[in-house]
Design a protein around this ligand. Structure first.
Ligand SMILES: NC(=O)c1ccc[n+]([C@@H]2O[C@H](COP(=O)([O-])OP(=O)(O)OC[C@H]3O[C@@H](n4cnc5c(N)ncnc54)[C@H](O)[C@@H]3O)[C@@H](O)[C@H]2O)c1
Length: 260
């Protein structure tokens, strides 16, 4: 899957998942604008990947910063083929969340990406480009004591369909990717940095027997941007090792439950 001579914007690019997406796109030949508020990690990524990756510090929740982003990329890179809306904040106090917490979470996790699609739409249409929005298994199932993050992720899946329907006539494809538990800063923190431990805990929920790697997700983002996915729009692709194919019975027939 080659992205040679294409230009991509990836938000939330500095952390493990975002940087894996940037790496995969750069290795496929794209020029990537890596957007994040984490300047130290963003600059480190740029240093690692060289001239095909340009780090742009940008708070996607700031209108002024977003207004400057697309013209800045067009001035420097000359075109925009792909937009990957990946940035996120995880803070979620569930039922106790204040209005301010709700608005902040929805602002970063949902609204800012939607506004970036709006601002990049003309440039994307010129290239008959593609958008990939980051969903999550968290937006598909009930989880106790969480509300803000799953509500935003569920909304992203619907927004993706609306954006796809809106932009199809201009040749822009819009899809989402929904990872299961993926080895990332958050999962590493929970597992005390022990990947094998994370895989053991993840295995019963992920029939392929482990947590995902950031590169597993990145490969599917690459596919959705590539010409191989030229007739795919409005779709959500789970990258979850089978998490979302299971129901509450964990894939075991009633007879098995009674026998055990
Ligand atoms: N890690 C998982 O297990 C998992 C599972 C399902 C879905 N996802 C999705 O994958 C994506 C990446 O998740 P992650 O675990 O790498 O998250 P993360 O918290 O490790 O990284 C998020 C990145 O977004 C950046 N960011 C936050 N606010 C920003 C803002 N206002 N402007 C610009 N950048 C901002 C952060 O600095 C960080 O680099 C998210 O959309 C998340 O919902 C992750």
């Amino acid at each position: 899957m080659t992205l040679e001579s294409k230009v991509a914007i990836v938000t939330g690019a500095a952390a493990m998942l975002g940087s894996a997406i940037v790496r995969a796109m750069v290795h496929a030949g794209a020029q990537v604008v890596a957007v994040d508020i984490d300047t130290a990690r963003g600059q480190a990524l740029q240093a690692e990947l060289g001239p095909r990756c340009r780090f742009v510090p940008c708070d996607i929740a700031s209108d002024a910063a977003l207004d400057g982003l697309v013209p800045g990329v067009l001035a420097t890179e000359g075109r925009i083929d792909f937009l990957v809306n990946n940035a996120v904040v995880y803070g979620d106090s569930g039922l106790a969340a204040t209005r301010g917490e709700w608005l902040r979470a929805l602002d970063v996790n949902l609204v800012s990406g939607a506004l970036l699609v709006q601002k990049a739409a003309d440039a994307l249409a010129l290239q008959r480009g593609a958008v990939v929005n980051m969903g999550s298994v968290g937006g598909k199932f009930g989880t106790a004591n969480r509300a803000l993050y799953p509500a935003a992720k569920a909304a992203i899946l619907q927004l993706t369909r609306n954006q796809a329907a809106t932009l199809a006539a201009r040749g822009v494809r819009v899809n989402s990717v929904s990872p299961g538990w993926t080895w990332s800063d958050a999962l590493s923190r929970m597992a005390g940095g022990d990947r094998a431990h994370a895989d053991r805990v993840a295995a019963p929920m992920h029939p392929l027997g482990r947590a995902g790697d950031a590169s597993d997700v990145a490969q599917v983002v690459l596919f959705l941007c590539s010409d191989a996915a030229r007739f795919v729009t409005g779709a959500d692709i789970p990258v979850d090792g089978g998490f979302s194919m299971l129901g509450p019975d964990q894939g075991r027939a009633a007879g098995d439950w009674f026998a055990s």
